[in-house]
Every structure is written in structure tokens, then in C-alpha cells.
Design a protein around this ligand. Structure first.
Ligand SMILES: NC(=O)c1ccc[n+]([C@@H]2O[C@H](COP(=O)([O-])OP(=O)(O)OC[C@H]3O[C@@H](n4cnc5c(N)ncnc54)[C@H](O)[C@@H]3O)[C@@H](O)[C@H]2O)c1
Length: 251
């Protein structure tokens, strides 16, 4: 896959799947905007890319705040002339039984996972529509497709992203802008790697729910995102592609 000359913005790319995807896309010629709520993490990733002779800028954007997301898109466009690919990746959830949650916590999860995606799409779509070209990949979760106990609000937000993505995919299809979702169940990110290292029994228990008897590696998550963002995809829109080892199988 070749991303030479493509301007790519990835939210929450200071760590985890977003970071790994950014490194892989930069290695394939992409012009990266590394955006994260934690600027120091974004700067480290951008430095790593530049040290490998890739191209990257870093900036702080809290995806919950529309003005910050709009500024992120404006800065990326000023640097590279446009945004070809937006990957709405930032996302997290507070694990708790629903009856123990409160509306502030609901706002937190929905703010990042659903509003964050809406903010990114709202900020970038006008230029993509005008150019008749662009790709948006919204990162979802199997939690949003089959529900995950103790992650009810996160599940609701991620399910919301699927419906939202399909709706806007229909709106902008005539402008040749493709909007798709990529879904994960568990990916061995830095965070999950540390959790499993501290508690190997937990991983053994978890993988029993996976037909392939393992969780996803970050490279596999990044490859799936790149596939959907690549030039190979020209007639796929409004779809949800799951990289989950068969954890959930939906038509
Ligand atoms: N890792 C998994 O097992 C898994 C499973 C299913 C879905 N996902 C989804 O994949 C995506 C990436 O997850 P991950 O595990 O790599 O995450 P991570 O926690 O490893 O990294 C997330 C990054 O997002 C940043 N971030 C947090 N809040 C932010 C905000 N408000 N604005 C901007 N940036 C913010 C963090 O600073 C961090 O750098 C998320 O949407 C997540 O819901 C992950």
C-alpha cells in the first residue's frame, strides 16, 4: 500500500492503534498530522516519524471540542494543502456497571467516542465535498455491535458511530467521499499489553471468547485501517469491517 503525497490526519495518535497506524502510513509515504489531547505524546510520535525520514506534524486537539478539531483540520490543510484521509481514532470508555454511572460520565464517553467523530467529520467534509475526493475511517468497537457489559455508554456511543457513518456515507457518496468504520474487539496496545503482562490469566480467560484464540496485534489493527484508507478501496462506503479474529460475526 502506498500513501505517497496523501495528507492523513489521525486523532488520538499519540499512543495505541492510532500511533501504530501513523507510523505505518508515514513509512508508506503519507504526510501525517499526529493529533492527541496529550501534545507531548503527539510530538514524540511525529519525532519518531521524522527520524525515519517520514513527514509529520504534531498538534493538540481534544476531539470533544469542535473548535480544537476544526483548528486541527485547518492546520493540517495549511501544512499539506488539504486533508485526503481522516481517521477518527480517539476513543475510550470508563468501565463500570451502568447503574453505577452518572450523567457526567455518560457525557465523557459520548463526548470522545461519538461527538469526537462527528466533530472530525463536520470539520473535514466541506473540503472533501468540494474536491470530490476523500476518505474517512471511523474507529468503532464490537462493543457497539454486540454490547459489552460494564461499557454500556461506550457501547452506545460506538453503535452511534456506525449509524452516523452510514448516514453521512449516503449524503456524500455522490461527491466520491467514502466513509467507513473499522471495528476491533481487543487489540494488544501498550495499555492492554501491560495489563496482560501483569495478569496472564486474564488474557487466557479472554481469548476463550475468540474463535482464533488470541487478541489482535497492533500491526493487524493498523493494516485493517490502512486497507480501508488505501487506493484499493474505491466502491466501498457505509461499511463496518471488523478485525476481531471472529469474536463477533455480523452480516
Ligand atoms: N485497544 C482495544 O482493544 C480496542 C478495542 C476496540 C476498539 N478500540 C478503539 O480503537 C481506538 C484506539 O484505541 P486504543 O486502544 O489504541 O487507545 P489508547 O488508549 O491506546 O490511545 C488513545 C489515545 O487517544 C488519546 N486521547 C484520549 N482522549 C482524547 C481526546 N479527548 N481527544 C484526543 N485524543 C484523546 C490518548 O491520549 C491516547 O494517546 C479507540 O477508538 C478505541 O475505542 C480499541
Amino acid at each position: 500500500m502506498d500513501f505517497s503525497g496523501k495528507s492523513i490526519v489521525i486523532t488520538g495518535s499519540g499512543a495505541g492503534v492510532g500511533k501504530r497506524t501513523a507510523l505505518e502510513m508515514a513509512a508508506r509515504g503519507g504526510l501525517l498530522t499526529i493529533s492527541d489531547i496529550d501534545l507531548s505524546k503527539a510530538e514524540q510520535v511525529a519525532d519518531e516519524i521524522r527520524q525515519g525520514r517520514g513527514t509529520a506534524i504534531s498538534l493538540k486537539a481534544d476531539v470533544r471540542e469542535y473548535t480544537e478539531v476544526e483548528e486541527m483540520i485547518n492546520k493540517a490543510s495549511a501544512e499539506y494543502g488539504k486533508v485526503d484521509i481522516l481517521i477518527n481514532n480517539a476513543g475510550t470508555g470508563i468501565p463500570k456497571p451502568f447503574v453505577m454511572t452518572n450523567p457526567d460520565e455518560w457525557n465523557f464517553d459520548i463526548g470522545i467516542c461519538l461527538y469526537g467523530v462527528m466533530n472530525g467529520c463536520r470539520a473535514v467534509l466541506p473540503q472533501m465535498i468540494e474536491r470530490n475526493s476523500g476518505k474517512i475511517i471511523n474507529i468503532c468497537s464490537d462493543a457497539g455491535r454486540v454490547g459489552e457489559a460494564n461499557l454500556s455508554i461506550y457501547s452506545a456511543a460506538k453503535a452511534g458511530v456506525v449509524g452516523f457513518s452510514k448516514a453521512i456515507a449516503k449524503e456524500v457518496a455522490r461527491n466520491k467521499v467514502l466513509v467507513n468504520c473499522v471495528c476491533f474487539s481487543t487489540v494488544r496496545t501498550e495499555l492492554f499489553g501491560a495489563i496482560f503482562e501483569a495478569n496472564p490469566e486474564l488474557e487466557k480467560k479472554m481469548v476463550k471468547h475468540y474463535p482464533m484464540r488470541r487478541v489482535a496485534e497492533m500491526e493487524e489493527a493498523a493494516n485493517t485501517i490502512m486497507m480501508m484508507a488505501s487506493d484499493y478501496v474505491t466502491f466501498i462506503t457505509g461499511q463496518v469491517l471488523a478485525c476481531n479474529g471472529g469474536f463477533s460475526m455480523m452480516g
